[in-house]
Design a protein around this ligand. Sequence first.
Ligand SMILES: Cc1ncc(COP(=O)(O)O)c(C=O)c1O
Length: 337
Amino acid sequence: MNWEKLTFSYTKTNTIILSHYKNGEWGPLESRRDDNISISALSASLHYGIQAFEGLKAYRGKDEKIRLFRPYENAKRLRRSADYLGIASPDQDMFVEACKRVVLENIEFLPPYEYRASMYIRPFVIGVGAQIDLVSPNEVLFIVAAIPIGSFTGSINRPAKVLLAQDHDRAAPMGTGSYKLGGNYAAAIVAGVNAKKEGYSSVLYLDSSKREYIDEFSSSNFFAIKGNSYITPDSESVLPSITNNSLMQLAKDDGMSIERRRIKLEELETFEEVGACGTAIVILPVSRIDDKLNNKSYMIGDPVTTGKMCLFLYKKLTGIQFGEEKDIHNWCLAVEK
Ligand SMILES: Cc1ncc(COP(=O)(O)O)c(C=O)c1O
């Protein structure tokens, strides 16, 4: 593998792990070399969007140990999303066992420590079985795939500009924004691609009822630093990010106060730092947010130098993930044969 050239794109690896839920129970976890699956063309996942997914990473540490970061949190979140759809989901032990197994069976795709790249793990559930009626399917596939991805390490040193969503919303109030369902991403993909063409790294969404308060970015949570505070939106339409939750803990450990509250768009002007955070990117420092509807740009911090809290939190979190920092919260789970 050319580890340096890895980005966030698909590479076929050795196996995927699969289990079939039918007649009220999960079948055994199976390894499949073929990543093509055969399902009914009338599956509810294909017609009604009955699917939920997760994303986490495996890291090869400085000590050569392999670590998963907080996989039980992803297991809980998958169950929460699947429950929303009314479909079966694996329990936490089955979820974690499948994640460990997919790493071990694809071990040669796990990047060496020195590249600071990782293996992205994509667990998901899809409703299968022929149906046209609008009911939750009682047949489900649980699949876990593993894909080597790049380090994104350059991103932490390059403050980015993002675009404020102007002509569409991602999630309705009391809608599906806080669940990890494909439909949320379908609603935002074209806008994201178009924003990238214009040189933006991401799209920032506001609350869709009044468009007054900040929600989150298309695939990451929002946080800001002001004085000694770590501030992040309190909104029912954002995904409960495991990265954001971890950063809040690390900020708290460092003596910062945590403010989880509604954040007005205009407050952007008062922040010293803004970051987008999520599993893939870890932290993307944001120095400019363009509101094209109102012909306004919000500038935050220095346009070329990453703020010190973003840098501190990034180093601390990735340090824990790569076994360089003490894992005082026991977030990492070792993967051993
Ligand atoms: C919409 C959205 N928000 C936030 C996140 C970050 O969540 P996490 O830190 O659990 O990866 C993601 C990434 O999965 C996302 O897609």
